[in-house]
Design a protein around this ligand. Sequence first.
Ligand code: NAD
Length: 481
Amino acid sequence: MNNIPTVMIIFGGSGDLAHRKIYPALFNLYRSGLIHDNFAVIGTARRPWSHEYLRGQVADAVHETYGEVDETDLEAFASHFYYQSHDVTNVEHYVTLKKLAQELDERYSCQGNRIFYMAMAPSFFGTIAEHIADQKLTGSGFNRLVVEKPFGTSLETAEVLNKQINGSFDEEQVFRIDHYLGKEMVQNILPLRLSNPMIKSIWNKDCIKNIQVTLAERLGVEARGGYYDASGAMRDMVQNHIFQIITLLAMPEPASLADTDIHAAKEALLDSLEIPDEAEVAAGFVRGQYGGTETTFAYTSEPNVDPESKTETFVAGRVKFDQGPLAGVPIYFRTGKEMKEKRTRIDIVLKDMAGIYGETGENSITIEVDPASEIYLTINGKTIQGGGLRRERLAYKFSPEEQAQVPDGYERLIHDVFVNDSTNFTKWKELKRYWEFVDAVEDAWQKQNESGQKPLTYAPYKMGPAESKQIFANPTDRWIY
Ligand code: NAD
């Protein structure tokens, strides 16, 4: 792997994401030689840290993630880190930051290359983008911007943010990160669909009855009540992760694996996304809030949550496309907090082709994304004794050794930024369509709220409100997980 010279500036260098994900990911890229002698990282945040203190934090972050590592390597790696106390709202601080970036660029021969990483509260993304532009922080080499989620809170706010970013960065320089796109089994969706004639030939409305995408979380909102109450499950999980998974499942075959062709295929699909009207939201969506019992908190009693809140902590809904291999196939999704267990899985449910064996169990293809990485086909065969049928799973899974080699999503995606591969990032046109869909649902819910309707309450550690099964277009359908 080549050494890619870069000065990386992280806004939010003292934050949780930097500590748990970005620093360990950079260490692995260093160990693999992608960054080596010619790189410097500037961590910025408001706290008055020193370079030494940041280096200590970076070493701690690496140990917390990987345990024992080669200490000489780690020391050499950490020596490339510099801290700049910086309030992102203070213009003068950008002047100091620019000077430090230029000094480090010369010291480490970084050829004017810059990666800017916005790893802080999204309310600051626009301000940072504007000051990068007005204080001309970009370098003379390549300039790339990594933006965390959420990108806006609606189409309107996303458009404003995009404009602010476009003041310094063209669309091809913007890497909107969605860490689900770095997950092993999400990256396996296209190979599964397109490299197996057996699966490719059934990927259509004649064979697939429906698709079910589940992103369940076991935890509640914890300390994030303030942020979450203004967001809800639809904006927090559906607008990004769930839609990216659905897009990979339903997009037409791209002309090649080049990032431009992948995005062209996604955009072609999303042009045909049906935007739901109020009647469709009433029939095809269920929203819920985890409710109180003697042993658990209700969402509305969580810190920094409005006691009258109508924000959904669970949503189940359906998506349809007019084009692509799954045109007309219902795609169902659900996501929520305080559900039975933490699990991300995709179930592709096939139509029953009943013949001489009468009614058989459904065939299905399940992609387990988290916590396991596994794909299995559920099929029917004969029982050993008697003339009945039994169901078995044929599995594609990793040995423990292989599982241990699977890189963290952040490591993969940060690597992609260094090598300028935008395949697994969200492009503006995709994001825009996702917001159009989410805004339509939010608007319909707002009207429901005004007429006195509220999210349904659901008991914690179950699969959301029982009513979530009412969203199926065909009443005999059911959640298979
Ligand atoms: P955090 O609150 O832990 O960190 C925020 C950082 O911003 C801190 O370094 C803080 O000092 C700094 N900061 C706050 N105000 C500032 C100001 N005025 N000037 C300069 N610095 C300031 O947040 P986080 O959990 O690290 O999340 C960062 C981003 O990453 C968010 O957009 C979040 O949605 C996204 N994200 C986080 C995670 C995660 O696991 N933590 C996962 C996915 C996405």
